[in-house]
Design a binder for this molecule. Structure first.
Ligand code: SAM
Ligand code: SF4
Length: 334
């Protein structure tokens, strides 16, 4: 498919320009984070998952419509066989400005160098705790040493400025550790984003009780650091702060306390080819039949229509311990 020089820009009914695709390459994962998955998960049959070539076709079609940033995610993207091959093919596509990925870091010792060679521009590594016991409690199956070695490998292969930690804030689980997480990021010269937990999926986890807001975290961190608000934007929902004299940028992603839907520029495609225009809405467009038929025109029409119908925003309800959206985050791709 040749990229159209006068590519139409995807724009929704509210005038929001859509330039960013999050593409999930698998629903599987080697961790079982309590806020993301149930302990026992039913994964999709392999035949229902997009092949790597089909993922490439989806990426190519979105780019032909004006998407210029893609984040590969999951599940855990690095458990997908030949992931680096896919990353390299997507990176070569004409019109793409940035290829990023999000990973739990467990396989980075092995894959950091191949990913850098594939041309991945940035990596977000999820790390919620530096305490082995708490890390295990959150991830259920994760090994902290393996992830810390993965962070080191990523910094060596990419340079710290292209690595960011993602930390989900959890009251009475990791919230006391947030200053230590900042200290770690400062020492490693990498950025860090703190994320408010979103109530997604029926994992048996009590989202209301463990919710910890960005405001609380900010007040807590200000007791340890001089934080200066920054006007920087990475084109996403984070609000940024800096510590004078250090390279580290501290971001807060606050789907509850600072609704960012008015500026939303993204769409999400699952590993099964489901297009979700909004993370906080059940609305979905099934791209799989068009992808399997290799019908690019139909695929483009489906995407254009889904963008036009993108909901105004999410309404997460924190008063209930059970989520309203019963789709797991690992299915949609965080
Ligand atoms: N497995 C990879 C990882 O953990 O980085 C990529 C997929 S994961 C679904 C992407 C991001 O979503 C992670 O940073 C994770 O912490 C975050 N996440 C998962 N469930 C969440 C929830 N309920 N609320 C907020 N963030 C969540
Ligand atoms: Fe796996 Fe990432 Fe979900 Fe944790 S947050 S269970 S690492 S997909």
């Amino acid at each position: 498919m040749k990229t159209d020089v006068n590519r139409p820009l995807l724009q929704d009914g509210l005038g929001r320009k859509i330039s960013y695709l999050r593409l999930s390459v698998t629903d599987r994962c080697d961790f079982r984070c309590t806020y993301c998955m149930a302990e026992k998960m039913d994964f999709l049959p392999r035949a229902d998952i997009l092949s790597l070539e089909e993922c490439l076709l989806v990426a190519q079609t979105f780019i032909s419509l004006g998407i210029n940033k893609i984040r590969l995610t999951g599940g855990e993207p690095l458990v997908r066989k030949n992931f680096s091959w896919l990353a390299a093919r997507i990176r070569e596509l004409d019109g793409l400005r940035e290829l990023a990925m999000t990973t739990n870091g467990s396989q980075l010792v092995r894959y950091a160098v191949p990913l850098a060679q594939a041309g991945v521009d940035r990596i977000n590594i999820s790390l919620d705790s530096l305490n082995p016991g708490i890390f295990k409690r959150i991830t259920r199956t994760g090994d902290l040493d393996q992830v810390r070695a993965g962070v080191d490998a990523a910094i060596a292969a990419f340079g710290g400025h292209r690595i960011k930690l993602n930390t989900v804030m959890l009251r009475n689980i990791n919230h006391e550790e947030l200053p230590a997480m900042v200290e770690f990021a400062v020492a490693q010269k990498i950025n860090i984003n703190f994320i408010e937990q979103m109530p997604l999926g029926l994992s048996g986890h009590d989202y209301a009780r463990s919710f910890y807001s960005s405001q609380e975290a900010l007040a807590q961190l200000k007791q340890h650091y001089e934080l200066v608000a920054s006007v920087e934007s990475s084109g996403g929902p984070a609000r940024y702060w800096r510590i004078p004299g250090h390279d580290t940028r501290i971001g807060f992603i606050s789907p509850h306390s600072q609704n960012f839907c008015a500026d939303c520029n993204r769409m999400r495609v699952t590993a099964r080819g489901e297009l979700f225009p909004c993370l906080g809405d059940e609305g979905m467009v099934d791209l799989l039949p068009a992808v399997r038929a290799g019908d690019v025109d139909q695929l483009r029409q489906l995407i254009i229509q889904a963008v036009a119908d993108k909901p105004a925003g999410h309404e997460f309800d924190l008063t209930q311990s059970k989520p309203r959206i019963i789709r797991f985050m690992s299915r949609t791709g965080g």
